[in-house]
Design a protein around this ligand. Structure first.
Ligand SMILES: *[C@@H]1O[C@H](CO)[C@@H](O)[C@H](O)[C@H]1NC(C)=O
Ligand SMILES: *[C@@H]1O[C@H](CO)[C@@H](O)[C@H](O)[C@H]1NC(C)=O
Ligand SMILES: *[C@@H]1O[C@H](CO)[C@@H](O)[C@H](O)[C@H]1NC(C)=O
Ligand SMILES: *[C@@H]1O[C@H](CO)[C@@H](O)[C@H](O)[C@H]1NC(C)=O
Length: 425
């Protein structure tokens, strides 16, 4: 997804050096019943503040310090957030959306990956310049944020060289997930006319050797592959193909409908599994892999405000029946903006980044809690399992959210699929 989260920001003139560390623990119970009737006069002024009583007005600038709040809406929300949740800004670079999507954490090696905004206003990438995939160790990032919020360049972050053995560069990364034994599976949007997007695999070892797994659907170029997940038991790869490369002007016109696809890398079987969502974006399997959640971001265009309100900003759920999707249903409506990146915890609770922060729903679709992140919300998240912590990309900020509830633990992704179901470099 583009930089919806950062839309309201204007650029500040100059980035300062390290500022005071932003570590927040503000826990405020919110009774949804208190918000059923808002004081009059009342208009929905814009997409980001439907609940004025919950949130301070968003400022036009993205300040270096801010007050996030942890807001349980009910007992189940309190269980997830726990009694002492914490948010830390690991890195903040004013004016550069260096932390956009593809947050991935490898527990065995403590490796963190994420990418900069591909094509967005503050992404420093476009039709002629690739975006950046960053790599670091979480322990180093946490250590360096303990005395103040670091900016870029950051000694614990380096750029990953995404060049395959044939010398092809892998272009405009937007989604990522762990794959097999220490590999990173990426969804790449492609760049320009002749560098198509698709899927690629990068090894954490061997100097980051990379391989392109898929770059076409029956000879046609994908539009802009956005996010990717692995179905653990079958080894199949499921990904969304949106059109943000076209709306952000770094790829030519679409050749295919926007759709969700399934790919078996061992056999090459590729199938479109859904073409009913206007713009499919984030996707995630439930812990038992029998449900697939996909976010609908069709109400935004090219990273602008949701300007097509007739397209619902929702999360859909599907039954996964062998290689197919069945029983599409509306899982949850998104209160603010759109839901971009989406993840599940081991209990099946669903978490999504939106224009004003991170929301959590139960597996039955009940809204449980919000982590309110003023001035831009967040874009995507990854569980730092097994601790119940979240690595969150929020455009000009990389965040660590430490939920203290026992349920908020991510499923183990590192190591899936099993050796017999996966391919290697
Ligand atoms: C959004 O709504 C808030 C609260 O009413 C207001 O302060 C702000 O100016 C609005 N922003 C835009 C872009 O309309
Ligand atoms: C954060 O909250 C503290 C305490 O309420 C307040 O003093 C401070 O001004 C707030 N900071 C911002 C950026 O709103
Ligand atoms: C792409 O970005 C580079 C570096 O920021 C800039 O020099 C160049 O003018 C941009 N090209 C286009 C077509 O916007
Ligand atoms: C990137 O990797 C490729 C292939 O392994 C290699 O040829 C190239 O020199 C590397 N570039 C840098 C800057 O390390």
């Amino acid at each position: 997804m583009p930089n919806v989260a950062g839309l309201s920001m204007l650029c500040l003139a100059a980035a300062s050096a390290a500022v005071a560390a932003t570590t927040l623990t503000d826990l405020r119970a919110v009774r949804l019943a208190d918000l059923s009737v808002l004081p009059l006069p009342f208009t929905s002024r814009n997409y980001s503040s439907p609940w004025p009583a919950l949130s301070a007005a968003s400022s036009a600038e993205q300040p270096t310090s801010f007050n996030a709040t942890f807001e349980p809406f009910n007992d189940a929300g309190r269980v997830i957030l726990g009694g002492s949740p914490k948010l830390t800004v690991l890195v903040h670079e004013q004016d550069y959306a260096f932390a956009h999507e593809a947050p991935v954490y490898f527990s065995r090696t403590d490796d963190v990956f994420f990418c900069s905004d591909a094509g967005g206003k503050q992404g420093r990438s476009n039709a002629t310049v690739n975006n950046v995939v960053w790599r670091g160790k979480l322990a180093d990032l946490v250590e360096q944020a303990s005395n103040g919020t670091p900016t870029l360049p950051h000694s614990a972050l380096r750029k990953v060289n995404l060049t395959d053995a044939a010398g092809s560069e892998i272009q405009m990364t937007n989604g990522g997930t762990p794959y097999g034994d220490g590999h990173l599976l990426l969804a790449n949007s492609g760049r320009g006319e002749e560098l198509p997007g698709g899927l690629s695999l990068t090894s954490l070892a061997h100097g980051g050797a990379s391989r392109i797994l898929l770059n076409n659907a029956f000879g046609k170029q994908f539009n802009a592959p956005n996010d990717v997940v692995v179905h653990a038991s079958s080894g199949s790869i499921w990904f969304t193909d949106a059109d943000y490369a076209q709306t952000q002007n770094f790829r030519p016109d679409v050749e295919l409908p926007k759709a969700t696809w399934r790919f078996h890398p061992q056999t090459g079987d590729l199938d479109m599994v859904d073409a009913s969502i206007v713009t499919p974006n984030g996707l995630v399997f439930s812990p038992n892999q029998r449900t697939l959640y996909i976010t609908e971001t069709g109400s935004t265009q090219g990273g602008d405000l949701p300007n097509r309100p007739k397209i619902p900003a929702v999360i859909y759920a599907f039954d996964v029946v062998k290689d197919r999707l069945e029983n599409k249903r509306l899982f949850a409506a998104v209160p603010t903006g759109i839901a971009d990146g989406i993840k599940v915890d081991i209990r099946g609770n669903v978490y999504a980044c939106t224009a004003d922060g991170l929301y959590a729903w139960s597996s039955a679709g009940r809204l449980l809690a919000r982590v309110y992140i003023p001035d831009g919300g967040c874009v995507n998240l990854a569980f730092v399992e097994p601790k119940g912590h979240l690595l969150v990309t929020a455009q000009t900020r990389l965040l660590l959210i430490e939920l203290s509830g026992k349920e908020a633990v991510g499923p183990k992704l590192d190591g899936y699929p099993s050796a017999s179901k996966r391919i290697s470099l």
